[in-house]
Design a protein around this ligand. Structure first.
Ligand SMILES: [Zn+2]
Ligand SMILES: [Zn+2]
Length: 192
């Protein structure tokens, strides 16, 4: 098929703009193969491909970076954020943390607050069965504190924060005020 000069001019302009063969074919009412032929003839490189989305689900993508090791722990073989070292990966152009997705896999719902590993490999473990969000962690640590007799019965902290909403426990089962802790951390960050 012989294209008119006007069509050819427009085709050249579209190629220069970086249009795909499909877009050119649709606009000019020609075949995609014709668009491809003129692309080659006019010295343009291969047509830009529309970016493909990973066919993997979020969970399957996570599994690609998760390596089960001894003790039921799971090691992260994926990326770490350069600034904080947080274990992360990208799925459909969105960054996810390894632990928030581990929590989702383990519990079937998104986490609330920060996700930590509550096993003895707290530094690096991303096992779905070992991670907890803020409410889960608080409950788990409080149960430990009760068992070992370190549970706090104070109704408020030394600065007057209500214990029923602000009490937290560290890994050893020692009680502390979550509000005071957060305020101290924020003040430290502001001063830095
Ligand atoms: Zn673990
Ligand atoms: Zn407090």
């Amino acid at each position: 098929m012989q294209l008119t000069t006007a069509t050819l001019d427009r085709l050249a302009a579209l190629l220069a703009e970086g249009a795909t063969n499909k877009a050119i074919a649709a606009e000019l009412g020609i075949g995609k193969d014709t668009a491809a032929r003129y692309r080659a003839r006019l010295g343009y490189g291969p047509a830009p491909q529309p970016r493909r989305r990973s066919p993997l689900t979020l969970e399957r993508k996570w599994e690609q970076y998760a390596r089960p090791v001894e003790g039921g722990h799971v090691e992260w073989t994926g990326r770490h954020r350069a600034d904080t070292g947080t274990m992360v990966f990208t799925h459909h152009a969105r960054e996810h943390t390894a632990r928030s997705v581990a929590f989702l896999i383990g519990k079937g719902r998104p986490p609330r607050g920060q996700v930590t590993a509550e096993c003895d490999a707290a530094e690096w473990c991303v096992a779905p069965a070992h991670v907890e969000d803020t409410p889960g962690r608080t409950k788990l640590r409080e149960a430990l504190a009760i068992v070992q007799g370190t549970a706090s019965t104070l109704t408020e902290c030394t600065r007057g924060h209500d214990a029923t909403t602000h009490r937290r426990y560290d890994r050893a089962g020692r009680a502390y005020c979550g509000t005071c802790h957060a305020e101290t951390a924020a003040a430290r960050k502001a001063a830095a």
